[in-house]
Design a protein around this ligand. Sequence first.
Ligand SMILES: *Cc1c(COP(=O)(O)O)cnc(C)c1O
Length: 398
Amino acid sequence: MNPYQTRNIRTLINAKGPATRLSGGIMRPEVTAAMAEAARHCVDMAELQAHASAVIARETGAEAGYVASGAAACLLLATAACVAGLEPSKMARLPDTSGMRNEVIMVRSQRNFYDHAVRAAGVKLVEVGLPDRYAGAGVRDAEAWEIADAITERTAAVFYVADCFARPSLTEVVAVAHAAGIPVIVDAAAQLPPQANLRRFIAEGADLVAFSGGKALGGPQATGILCGKRDLIMSAALQHLDLDIFWEQWSPPPSLIDKGRLKGVPQHGIGRTCKVGKEGIIGLLTALELFVAEGDAARHRRWLGAMQALAANLENLPGARISLAGADSVEETPTLDLILGKDAKLTALELVIALQNGSPAIQADPTFCDRGIVGFNPICLQDGEAEIVARAVRLALS
Ligand SMILES: *Cc1c(COP(=O)(O)O)cnc(C)c1O
């Protein structure tokens, strides 16, 4: 019996992908084994984070890296780093940012639920641009000059949410921000795969980039990677680590924290709430190394296999057709859409709910159910589950 069965908690088949609401994804046995072994020893957390920094730097091309309890946690740390720099007194005051650089510029069309993590550092978001493209007739979104125009002496950072549809391009945003000496923070939480994105945003000039550890990377659900400029990562570390220690006693690894540049030991910072355990850090680093070693092509083949198994079992359903996306490019995640016609027995949302209430419970993606589409994603499916999902869908629709 697994621990959920012992506690009478039902497990589910996750065909939606690594959503936090559904407990994220499945970790490989190598990852869980490393975590179990890590849990049996104690270490100095600053030394462990300095090692993580070196691994993350190697895999991302950034100067330094850090691990916190999710990409959202990393965004809070990133913002706090841009606001407080290396000033312990500023760190101690957050989220009270009065008198500090406390505005973060963001393109209006990129606003999203996760930017709460940025606001949580005590900054005000300054929105620029008009998402004119939304109207259908419009062709434009925010432009780089609008970001440049919004920069003032109160600007702490420009915040950019990476996505293939994001406008203006990151390169243009970096150019105007850096011309004014302002750092750029990139939310790349869900931008893996392709693997090349581990390096891409840093290569395009971002000062700090956040990735989720618990999405396609396959690490612990409550981990995230922050990578970027050495000074900013040092500030993030100082606002996250437990620093309940005497100055004389404190000898942090200089590669992560250069003690000589500090007036004193900061108090517990705003990031103390984003604590990550040693097991989480080891699990994340193991997952990151496995992700890189597997490569896009093998990963894509594995995921495509699951979607093809599902597709093969969903053909010729009355009132429905299927559409496989992302099959041709190893840079994309293959997904399957089930498109329900007017004469289908259930609407898309009704089917999602029927699957969720079935036994075993199955979670599909309802994002486009208003267009009659039920989505299926392979990332969290285990061997043999695609066939179970297909059977449940057939049953519900017949
Ligand atoms: C998932 C996600 C986050 C949050 O990541 P966590 O690792 O769950 O904290 C932030 N931003 C975007 C765009 C995301 O998709």
